[in-house]
Design a binder for this molecule. Structure first.
Ligand code: NAP
Ligand code: SF4
Length: 674
């Protein structure tokens, strides 16, 4: 008897049956743009082998003007169709099913050719769209229909029509982007004409036995978004027009409310999809921040949906479903919703991968094969870099001993997991514990690896991490000064007025820790209130008329950096704004361009600019040092002195800009090449 009876139950669509209720949601990975079709095929085939019921590709442009960026992939030529056949063929061979997403970006298309309902520029794009005339609208519909028929020719099992997240079809639905007065604007019936017409004509063109998913924005999270009545009206209309399944879209890309970041509670929007259950007779899929089989099962058993979409969890672990089926959910590498290697990469034009699984999208490049000659390998340091190296080396058949001075594994992850909104790091540490236990790695915790002991190994990998940088501020030895480690470990009390020195990732995290009493990520009602999310049946678009209602801060915090730029500018591309907004909501003062003069009993004395002007005392009870990191290389250096050449990875190798993404990637690659 499986622990996930609903999740693993088949879903009969009439003309075809999905083997379970798990959808791998669409992700733009930039893989298709590599034009390495073997690589694209292997990415999807690996997930098909891992047992997912249905997959949706990254968004394919129906035409040049609708591409998310210039050169975005699409099915434009016979050669494109042939290339996509490589993908669908490989997926079918692996027993999977795959739909192609058709994504027309409308005014979100990053180029001067972009088009929309009205010529209103989006706040997240520099390009004002051209308002389409009747002929232009007909062309867009025809291009979407052609794209769908080509998808069928290319062997796809269906298409997903992207109608949410503020893209083209969504732009016709709401009055803040559609000011038209013709038959495509004005009344709701007119505004929804385009999406319904698209579904009707696609169905007509592809015939009855082809999956047609319509991704519908159920809560826009922008002012003047759709009302709940409008959402239901549209859902019924697209179902009548021929959709097979309705998938949930949450929030426009320009929304200032987080929807998928790690600080968003798990299943935070399943209640929205639940409101649609019973309104339409076709299956409904829910989505967003569902990252393990139990949460997915709970969502289904609570009647929130007929099927669950998870996207990033399939970057983290292609075998998600197979492991759930085998009763090995603890061995599923969890998506921690950090966006660091997936969305942040996509937006930088890089190929997406995954912080916890650097093989994602690199399946054909980063191969973990059995070693020709098994070696005796020592890894020192059970943080992310060391664990990744140890697990990969053991998978290859090497005999691995992993040492750590601490009594627990995880290294710096044990700091991160204490930050409100970073509770997902708990799951990552738990996963590492389970994966190490299930591996052949000999884990030696509470052990100081000596140079003598390490001489008995064929290869020594040093992953001893980092130590805090000393900022050398006069007075920093005073008792009112703490390191971030003391604060996060609770080693010393922190006063009510705090100055945080250093506004990097850790300075932001520590500030969040200091102003928050209970993490709203653990309490959905509080989180919704904090970000001003309302029931779309009560407030248009689900935006609370009074805006965000955060809990008052528990401390008064000032966050400082020496650089004259905006603090937090270097945080993650897709998540930095959330950290900045969170601290702003909590009244944290963020100041750049300061010089640290001295610390005394009354606080921190600073000055400003190169000429050290405007000497100012920032009164504080506690000053917390978050001034960056230096590599901990003492063991590596001692080994070199004794003639052993270690392989140094992670923070011990390069401390600057260190994060778990680089650490895990380097650990995996080094072990894959041993
Ligand atoms: P960091 O991001 O490099 O930031 C170090 C901070 O210390 C900067 O604000 C820097 O700003 C300041 N600083 C540097 N030298 C200093 C000195 N001598 N005296 C005083 N201040 C100094 O390092 P971190 O905050 O320790 O984070 C470590 C790594 O973990 C980072 O790479 C980060 O990406 C990662 N991380 C990321 C996140 C996240 O994205 N949310 C969270 C936690 C950690 P000035 O030089 O301008 O003063
Ligand atoms: Fe999830 Fe982070 Fe991996 Fe993206 S990089 S899939 S958010 S764990």
């Amino acid at each position: 008897m499986t622990s996930y009876p609903r999740l693993l139950a088949p879903l009969d669509l009439g003309f075809t049956t999905l083997k379970n209720r798990v959808l791998m949601g669409s992700m733009h990975t930039n893989l298709e743009e590599t034009k390495d079709w073997n690589r694209v095929a292997e990415f999807y085939a690996a997930r098909a082998r891992g047992g997912v019921g249905l997959m949706v590709t990254g968004g394919m442009a129906p035409n040049r003007e609708g591409g998310v960026f210039p050169g975005a992939a699409g099915l434009f030529t016979e050669a494109d169709i042939a290339n996509h056949r490589i993908v669908t063929g490989r997926v079918h061979e692996a027993g999977g099913k795959i739909c192609m997403q058709i994504l027309h970006a409308g005014r979100y298309a990053y180029g001067p050719e972009c088009v929309s309902a009205s010529a209103i520029k989006s706040p997240i794009s520099p390009f004002p769209p051209k308002e389409l005339d009747e002929e232009g609208i007909e062309k867009q519909i025809a291009d979407i229909v052609t794209s769908a028929t080509r998808a069928r020719e290319a062997g796809y099992d269906g298409v997903e029509i992207m109608g949410s997240e503020g893209y083209f079809l969504n732009q016709f639905l709401v009055t803040h982007t559609n000011k038209r007065t013709d038959r495509w604007g004005g009344s709701y019936e007119n505004r929804m004409r385009l999406p319904v017409e698209v579904v009707r004509r696609v169905r007509e063109a592809v015939g009855p036995e082809f999956i047609l998913i319509y991704r519908l924005s159920m809560i826009d999270l922008v002012p003047n978004g759709s009302t709940w009545d409008e959402v239901v009206t549209l859902a019924k209309a697209v179902a009548r027009a021929g959709a097979t399944i309705i998938n949930t879209g949450i929030g426009w890309h320009e929304a200032r409310i987080p929807t998928i970041a790690t600080s968003v509670p798990r299943r935070a929007f399943a209640w929205v999809t639940k409101k649609l259950m019973g309104e339409v007779s076709i299956p409904v899929i829910t989505s967003n921040r569902i990252n393990n089989p139990q949460t997915a099962e709970d969502v289904l058993s609570d009647g929130c949906a007929d099927m669950v979409s998870m996207a990033r969890p399939f970057l983290a672990d292609p075998d998600f479903v197979a492991k759930a089926e085998a009763g090995k959910a603890g061995l599923i590498a969890p998506c921690i919703a950090c966006n660091q290697a997936c969305l942040d990469h996509t937006f930088q034009g890089k190929i997406s991968t995954c912080l916890v699984n650097p093989r994602a999208c690199f399946e054909t490049e980063l191969v973990v094969a059995k070693a020709a000659t098994p070696l005796k390998v020592a890894v020192v340091g059970a943080g992310p870099a060391g664990i990744a190296a140890a697990l990969t080396a053991a998978e290859r058949g090497h005999s691995v001993t992993l040492f750590d001075r601490a009594n627990v594994v995880g290294g710096q992850l044990n700091m991160a997991r204490r930050i409100p909104g970073k509770e997902e790091f708990d799951g990552l540490v738990d996963y590492f514990v389970a994966a190490l236990a299930a591996s052949e790695v000999d884990l030696q915790l509470g052990v100081d690896a000596t140079t003598q002991a390490l001489k008995g190994f064929d290869k020594v990998i040093i992953a001893t991490g980092v130590i805090p940088r000393d900022p050398c501020i006069p007075g920093q030895e005073r008792p009112n000064v703490l390191s971030y480690i003391d604060v996060l470990r609770g080693n010393a009390p922190v006063g009510k007025r705090v100055v945080v020195i250093g506004a990097g990732g850790i300075g932001f995290d520590v500030s969040e820790f200091l102003v928050t009493s209970e993490s709203p990520t653990e309490n959905l009602a509080e989180w919704l209130e904090e970000w001003g999310v309302a029931d779309p049946a009560v407030a248009r678009g689900g935006v609370h008329p009074e805006g965000p209602q955060p809990e008052p801060p528990v401390r008064q915090v000032t966050l400082l950096q020496r650089k004259a730029e905006k603090p937090g500018r270097r945080l993650g591309k897709t998540t930095g704004w959330i950290h900045r907004a969170t601290l702003q909501m909590k009244g944290v003062k963020m100041i750049g361009g300061v010089n640290y003069e001295r610390i005394d009993a009354s606080g921190l004395h600073v000055s400003f600019g190169e000429t050290r002007e405007n000497p100012t005392l920032i009164e504080a009870d506690t000053i917390v040092l978050c001034a960056g990191q230096l590599s901990e290389r003492s063991l590596a250096d001692a080994l070199i002195d004794e003639g052993v050449e270690p392989i140094v990875i992670g923070g011990a190798d390069v401390a600057a800009e260190l994060d778990a993404k680089r650490a895990i990637d380097q650990g995996t690659r080094v072990a894959a090449a041993l």
